[in-house]
Write a protein that binds this ligand. Structure first.
Ligand SMILES: Cc1cc2nc3c(=O)[nH]c(=O)nc-3n(C[C@H](O)[C@H](O)[C@H](O)COP(=O)(O)O)c2cc1C
Length: 213
C-alpha cells in the first residue's frame, strides 16, 4: 500500500473561509492525512462569514474538525501557531504539499519576506526550501503594487499563486458551485483526486451550441 498523501492546510484571515472548509472536507474524503493550521484572524473571519467558532486549543480543534468531517483516527491534526515541535515546522518531515486558503495579504507578505514568525509562515517557508508544492489562494481587491510584487516573488520562489477566481463557463447554479470551482483547482495542484464538477473537454462539460444568424 502506498503511503497516504499528507497535505498541510492553513486558513488565514482573508475573506473566503468557505473555500478552506470545502478543501478540508475534500481532503478528508480523499483519504489524505491533513495537518491543519489557522491564524487568530482566520477565527475572526470564520465567525464573521459563517457564524462558525473555530476552537483555539489544538486538541479541541482536532476533535471538532475530526467529528465535523468524519476523519479517520489520526487522519487530521490541528497544530497551534507556535508548535515548533510539529512535523510541519521542519524540512526533515515536510508534507507532500501545502495550501494556504484563504491567504491574507499579511501572510503573503510575511512568507515572501521569509519571516517564519508563526507556524503557518514557517511551514510555507519549509515547503519552498524543500521544493514541495505550495499553493497560495490570495484574496484582496484591488491589488497594490506591494501585493503584486510579493506574489511575483513567491511565484519565482516556486509557489503556485491561485486566486479564487471561479469561471462561469460551467453554468454555476449556487455559491457552493463557485466554491467548488476554486476548491477543485486547488486540489488539482495538490495532486488530490476529486469529482468536483466536470472537466473541460469531457462529455459532461459539453459546449453550448451557439446559434449562428
Ligand atoms: C471580516 C474580515 C475580512 C478580511 N478580509 C481580508 C481579505 O480579504 N484579505 C486580506 O488580506 N485581509 C483581510 N482581512 C484582514 C486580515 O484578517 C488581517 O490583515 C490579519 O492581520 C491577517 O492575519 P493573518 O495573516 O495572521 O491571518 C480581513 C479581516 C476581517 C475581520
Amino acid at each position: 500500500m502506498p503511503r497516504p498523501r499528507t497535505v498541510t492546510l492553513a486558513f488565514t484571515g482573508a475573506s473566503g473561509i468557505p473555500y478552506g472548509l470545502r478543501l478540508l472536507d475534500c481532503l478528508i474524503k480523499a483519504g489524505t492525512r491533513v495537518h491543519l493550521l489557522y491564524s487568530s484572524a482566520a477565527q475572526i473571519v470564520a465567525r464573521q462569514e459563517l457564524d462558525l467558532v473555530l476552537p483555539t486549543q489544538p486538541a479541541a480543534a482536532t476533535a471538532f474538525f475530526a467529528e465535523r468531517y468524519a476523519a479517520a483516527p489520526g487522519q487530521l491534526t490541528v497544530y497551534g501557531s507556535e508548535d515548533w515541535f510539529s512535523p510541519v515546522a521542519s524540512g526533515s518531515n515536510p508534507a507532500d504539499a501545502m495550501a494556504i486558503c484563504p491567504c491574507s495579504m499579511g501572510a503573503l507578505g510575511a512568507i515572501a519576506a521569509g519571516l517564519a514568525a508563526n507556524l503557518i509562515e514557517r511551514a510555507a517557508d519549509v515547503m519552498l526550501k524543500e521544493r514541495r508544492t505550495l499553493v497560495l489562494v490570495p484574496r484582496e481587491t484591488p491589488l497594490s503594487a506591494i501585493h503584486l510584487d510579493n506574489m511575483l516573488k513567491l511565484a519565482h520562489a516556486g509557489a503556485v499563486i491561485l486566486p479564487p477566481s471561479p469561471g462561469f463557463y460551467g453554468h454555476p447554479q449556487s455559491v457552493a458551485d463557485l466554491v467548488d470551482f476554486v476548491a477543485a483547482r486547488v486540489l488539482d495542484q495538490l495532486g488530490v483526486e476529486h469529482a468536483l464538477g466536470p472537466r473541460w473537454g469531457t462529455q459532461q462539460a459539453a459546449p453550448v451550441q451557439v446559434q449562428r444568424t
